[in-house]
Design a protein around this ligand. Sequence first.
Ligand code: PEP
Ligand code: MN
Length: 320
Amino acid sequence: MFCASTFGWRRVRVDGGTLTLPRIGAPRVRVSWQERFAETPGVLKSPRRQQTIVPVLDFEIGGGEFITMAGPCSVETEFQLLATAHHVRRCGARILRGGAFKPRSSPYAFQGHGLEGLRMLARAREESGLAIVTEVMSECDVPMVAEYADILQIGTRNMENYALLEAAAQSGRPILLKRGMMATVADLFRSAQIILDNGNPNVLLCERGIRTFETATRNTFDVGAIALLKHISHLPVIADPSHAAGHRDLVPALARVSVAADADGLLVEVHPQPEKAWSDGEQSLDFAEFTAMMASLEPFLALRSPAVAEPAVPSMEAVG
Ligand code: PEP
Ligand code: MN
């Protein structure tokens, strides 16, 4: 037997005594983001740290300028890389991407040119002025890759490889940390915290799609995670619409969604002849498609400019 009170609690009579329990439908206490991610305080915004700004060559990531990283999935030939570098630079990209060490599903697929690929990337930097981001897959390769790259990429398959994260962090290069394809935001934060704890503050969080029951797209682009990361973390957020979509037709729309969700930049695969690419051709944009995609971001970027973000009329609080 119990009697319900109007104050959200009910008293329940049990043998010889009473218990006080919350009434069904009573308001629940909301757990704050700080409590929810208390394990990784270093990645969360705090009164002292609202935004990390990562310096790269002569520009910054996280400082307000939207930064595009673009290039082929794999470094294939000098011609392919240089032609792509010049084109993406003309369209406004700041960073050239390209894999010299490739994690592949099949042991018989192209695994990358290794050191020769790194040398081609360095030559492309010299010719184009673009910074270089490239993946490092093993802690043994960190010193070599760090010698050539401006940003080290940790791929989705290695997000929880803590030995690699520690070695990459200690190289001192900024780290582009891709979200594991089966990783939660908490898992991503744990890996970012490892990098911070190893003395490297320059971490870029990358949403590249996660595995869900949907198979029409290669992965499911978790735009909610981008909004969440921007809301609670001070680390810059980079969106990778190419690996999320898996189909080039969908890449521009996901890129625009990333701008609207306030991402700090993009990682996009571009190839002079996607149908002949040695890896990820189906999701790579050709030059004309990349030009069009970059132009299509402009109105969305304009909406983010501080002048537009400021309220045009006094808020109700100010008036009241
Ligand atoms: C890539 O960037 O080419 C790549 C292999 O990415 P991911 O680790 O996200 O699959
Ligand atoms: Mn790829």
